[in-house]
Design a protein around this ligand. Structure first.
Ligand code: TLP
Length: 341
């Protein structure tokens, strides 16, 4: 088995998680009759500090449903320029919701409130209404950066003051909460919608939630059906997500420590650019000074290590449940071999 640092999505459910799936009580969730899904939605809502959540198959569906539930075609959304929702979701905002995006630059994924303020449209016959602000915590392309709480609060206050709603892509909010040692609900405070994934660092095989207040949740359920996300005996997978929520949150600190150690090891390899001090959670982005991402990744693969491309001269390593200390050492050794091409 290669040491697989491509993503925290690659984990396989362990025996205890599979047992929870096997034993799950189920019903038809489109009729609202799956008790395990209900329990998951309630527990997730409690942790995320929202009135309710809706279980969906993927983080992408969670994000897209949130946008669709809160906009109309022809609206505009201000979206952090490197956000997953803009970068990796097949232009879903345009294709599914008919929403125009105004990107706002972020520093390590965190936009300045002044920059957002400048992009909010005035009322004018020519202009689309600015309806939504989309943020991400932790920030994937910013190397797992945590959105500082004060910045989040300032952005929410600004957005609400200007009549915008706020969506938080909290795919990895669990990592942010552990890194800051704060309850996840503190990091989502004021969000109108929030999404969160169980299939990343928490190690469940599939599933995300998207939540908000009661009225928004009702709309999210309609939108989920429209997107084809109404699932039947989904308790089988919800059980894995519930298990992950209860057993795998605190251990994310181990992933963060391993990511930091990996970055320290890679920083010692000539030809690689990485700042271990910038590693806050489980993602390490490395700049390549001598070889292209393709060459480097092929070299790693020959040594039994997998990572992903983050650009012409950048690669990403992600730590998770299924990589251990030995894999971190293997990755540093492999990088030393791969960097010469
Ligand atoms: N990210 C995946 C890839 O799509 C890049 C990964 O390997 O990191 N929000 C954020 C911040 C994400 O990182 C991801 C997945 C999603 C949403 C989408 O989740 P899924 O893959 O469940 O649709």
């Amino acid at each position: 088995m290669p040491a697989d640092f491509r993503s925290d999505t690659v984990t396989r459910p362990d025996a205890a998680m599979r047992r929870a799936m096997y034993e799950a009580e189920v019903g038809d969730d489109v009729y609202g009759e799956d008790p395990t899904v209900r329990r998951l939605e309630e527990r997730a809502a409690e942790l995320l500090g929202v009135a309710g959540t809706v279980f969906v198959p993927s983080g992408t569906m969670a994000n897209q449903a949130a946008v669709m539930a809160q906009t109309r075609p022809g609206d505009e959304a201000i979206v952090e320029a490197e956000a997953h929702i803009l970068y990796y979701e097949r232009a879903g905002l345009a294709a599914l919701s008919g929403v125009q995006v105004r990107p706002v630059p972020g520093e390590r994924g965190a936009p300045a409130p002044e920059d957002v303020a400048r992009l909010v449209r005035e009322r004018d016959l020519h202009f689309p209404p600015t309806r939504l602000l989309c943020l991400e915590n932790t920030h994937n392309r910013a190397g797992g950066a945590v959105l500082p709480v004060e910045r989040w609060d300032a952005l929410v206050a600004l957005a609400h003051g200007r009549g915008l709603r706020v969506h938080l892509d909290g795919a990895r909010i669990w990592n942010a909460a552990v890194a800051l040692d704060l309850p996840p609900a503190r990091l989502t405070r004021g969000a109108d919608t929030v999404s969160a994934c169980f299939s990343k660092g928490l190690g469940a095989p599939v599933g995300s939630v998207v939540g908000g207040d009661a009225e928004t949740v009702a709309r999210l359920r309609e939108v989920r059906k429209l997107l084809g996300g109404g699932m039947r005996q989904a308790g089988v997978i919800a059980a894995a997500a519930l298990y992950a929520l209860e057993h795998n949150r605190q251990r994310l600190a181990e992933d963060h420590a391993r990511a930091r150690r990996l970055a320290e090891g890679l920083a010692g390899v000539e030809g690689l650019g990485v700042d271990p001090g910038a590693v806050e959670t489980n993602i390490v982005i490395v700049r390549l000074e001598r070889v292209t991402a393709e060459t480097f990744l092929a070299g790693l693969r020959r040594e039994g290590v997998l990572a992903t491309r983050m650009g012409e001269r950048a690669v990403r390593f992600v730590t998770h449940l299924d990589v251990g200390d030995g894999d971190v050492e293997a990755a540093v050794r492999a990088a030393r071999a791969a960097v010469t091409g």
